[in-house]
Design a protein around this ligand. Structure first.
Ligand SMILES: [Cu+2]
Length: 275
């Protein structure tokens, strides 16, 4: 499975060398390092198309939710996060890297407007305390950038499009084994995510449903391997993922605007067989 990808990359590199003027700027790349329980990341980055690479160097699973909070203080953002109420309309969610296990990585490409953002992990620890309450929130300032910089970068070329809606995933084509760049569009009306989880050998959707019904205690029968948190309604985000053959779930744990239950409890979960 690796060989065609390498040949494709080589062909692309050769094309890029032959016609340097024809290749548009690449998105700005920003690395976020997650540990138990903190984020390391730049303080300020330029606006525009940005690829976030989340490296999980902790033992627990982590995500890097990107939250834009126009003109709000960290205290106001914290208050909103612990309120258990609907998501305030002043918060926006350009796509951020989804959950991965320790020593693994995930990525997200999204278009960032200038403003104040926070990088947050809402994954609960073994006692059920969300990591954000243990220090996993970090401010990120997105500064205005000249149009010649990453603002003018070309969008990633996707081979699969996934549309998120209340409460379903629609794939433009079935996912196959290998590496894919996936464009994610949120048709709304609510905020959603796409988390990709690999089911353990011999485990099924029924095992996962039992774990959900049991209150999602401990690690379930599946392992998060990446995805995107977001994007906002009407927006797009991208991620690249390499999938070995197997059984997977796509799931959204976003809190519902009406009853605050995770969207998986409204049926926003789907089993995929990747061959
Ligand atoms: Cu959702």
């Amino acid at each position: 499975m690796k060989t065609p990808f390498i040949i494709g990359s080589l062909a692309f590199a050769l094309t890029a060398c032959a016609r340097p003027d024809a290749s548009p700027a690449a998105p700005n790349v920003v690395t976020i390092i997650a540990t138990d329980y903190a984020f390391a990341a730049p303080d300020t980055i330029p606006a525009g198309l940005t690829t976030f690479k989340l490296l999980n160097q902790g033992r627990e699973p982590h995500q890097a939710v990107l939250m834009g909070a126009r003109g709000k203080s960290l205290a106001e953002v914290r208050a909103a996060m612990v309120s258990q109420g609907p998501i305030p309309e002043w918060l926006n969610f350009p796509a951020g890297p989804g959950v991965v296990m320790g020593t693994d990585s995930s990525n997200a490409t999204s278009r960032l407007e200038p403003g104040d953002y926070y990088i947050v992990c809402f994954i609960p620890d073994p006692k059920g305390v969300p990591h954000v309450m243990m220090g996993m929130v970090r401010q990120l300032v997105v500064a205005p950038a000249p149009l010649t910089a990453s603002a003018a970068a070309a969008e990633p070329r996707a081979d699969v499009v996934v549309t998120l809606s209340d409460y379903a995933f629609a794939l433009s084509t079935p996912l196959t084994a290998g590496t894919h760049t996936i464009r994610v569009e949120n048709a709304g009306p609510q905020l959603h995510e796409i988390g990709i989880e690999q089911l353990a050998p011999g485990k099924t959707m029924a095992d996962w449903q039992r774990w959900l019904a049991g209150g999602m205690k401990g690690m379930g029968p599946s392992r998060p391997v990446g995805g995107l948190v977001g994007p906002d309604k009407g927006k797009a985000g991208w991620f690249t993922i390499t999938l070995p053959p197997g059984k997977y779930l796509v799931a959204c744990y976003g809190a519902d605007g009406k009853d605050q239950k995770p969207h998986v409890m409204h049926g926003m979960v789907q089993e995929l067989t990747v061959n």
